[in-house]
Ligand binder design. Structure first.
Ligand SMILES: [Mg+2]
Length: 264
């Protein structure tokens, strides 16, 4: 693993929820934080809860036929957006920001990994089907650097009503390198090697086919099926079986890059 990788030629493409953050089933995510805030009206919480109860088991069902799974994930995303555009206002967001910062747990060693990468001029792009405003607030609070985020940005009009800049947004099946804007692609275009980090088999599409890729996957405790474990071991170059740690792999990556770089 990582043969030919150096600080000079490497970039990072990473998922956010349950990858940079911890992966327990109850962990706060860049979407779920809205459920815990007193400023958020019950109708938002209730509608989101109903959507989660129905679609989350489908999201983690790695055995479902891809076409059916895609349809469900698309429906979930669009229904979740509609809940926000129907009920969310800008003044509710102050409370949401505080909850996001207080409740979100970052995976052990991940912040330090991104800081070291940034010091060595390694660009990092975050791919997420979550709310990018939340991701920015949490990472900036923890002084975690990143080069770009491709996610769902909440936008409010002059009256403070939530609108959506992109009518489609980024949902899990659109976490595809080909679908991201060219200005985000340019962040890593000058690098020939990428390190991909994620927790879902579906995130494989985040890979830029023009680059040499090393895939590090976080296998969460939710995925208990032996067949799923086998699939992870097939699809990833390295599998971390932990909800809250990197089991030391990120420090190993830093060590490898340092050992193999001219300017180490
Ligand atoms: Mg994830």
């Amino acid at each position: 693993m990582l043969e030919g990788y150096t600080w000079e030629n490497t970039c990072i493409v990473t998922d956010y929820d349950r990858t940079i953050t911890t992966g327990e089933p109850w962990a706060t995510t860049a979407f779920s934080v809205f459920s815990n805030c007193s400023s958020i009206p019950k109708i938002i919480t209730q509608e989101r809860k109903e959507l989660f109860s129905f679609y989350r088991p489908i999201e983690v069902d790695e055995t479902m036929e891809k076409e059916i799974w895609d349809k469900h994930m698309s429906d979930w995303h669009h229904k979740a957006i509609k809940v926000f555009t129907d009920h969310l206002t800008q003044e509710m967001m102050t409370d949401v920001t505080e909850h996001a910062i207080q409740e979100t747990q970052l995976r052990q060693n991940f912040p330090n990994f991104l800081k070291k990468a940034n010091q060595r001029n390694i660009p990092s792009v975050i791919f997420s089907a979550g709310i990018s405003n939340i991701i920015e607030w949490v990472l900036e609070h923890h002084s975690v650097p990143f080069s770009g985020i491709y996610g769902n940005k909440l936008v409010f009009n002059d009256s403070g009503k939530c609108i959506w800049l992109d009518s489609e947004g980024v949902f899990i099946w659109k976490k595809n390198w080909k679908s991201i804007p060219s200005e985000t692609q340019k962040i890593t275009s000058w690098k020939s090697h990428e390190i991909l980090l994620w927790d879902s088999l579906w995130d494989v599409l985040m890979s830029d086919k023009d680059k040499v890729s090393t895939r590090i996957g976080f296998l969460l405790s939710e995925y208990q099926e032996p067949s799923i474990r086998n699939q992870y071991n097939t699809d990833f170059d390295h599998v971390v079986e932990s909800d809250d740690s990197d089991n030391g792999i990120l420090e190993e990556v830093v060590h490898h890059l340092t050992q193999n770089s001219k300017n180490s």
